[in-house]
Design a protein around this ligand. Structure first.
Ligand SMILES: [Zn+2]
Length: 97
């Protein structure tokens, strides 16, 4: 039964990710360029709350394995993300000696 059916199979838009990134994936993502702007209606990748259009949103280009992703964060979530993946000097736990 081979027929060319134009409908019935819809491809997701490339921007859409069906699942949110896991915390582990977020931690291993390598931040690249970033932009600040108004919320564009995308949920924050850190707290998963929608960034409303009257809030500032940070868009961060991040590399995860071989992929480049665009992540969206609230400013404070961006800070928390950076802190969680990259402890600031002086605050890292003392290495067990
Ligand atoms: Zn957030």
């Amino acid at each position: 039964m081979i027929g060319s059916q134009p409908a019935g199979h819809q491809e997701p838009a490339p921007e859409q990710r069906s699942g949110r990134l896991s915390v582990a994936a977020l931690r291993s993502a390598i931040p690249g360029r970033m932009w600040g702007g108004k919320g564009c209606g995308a949920p924050c990748d850190y707290c998963r709350v929608l960034v409303s259009p009257d809030e500032i949103e940070y868009e961060v280009e991040a590399r995860l394995e071989a992929e480049t992703l665009m992540l969206h964060f609230h400013p404070r979530c961006y800070d928390a993300w950076r802190t969680s993946r990259d402890p600031p000097p002086g605050e890292e736990p003392a290495p067990g000696k």
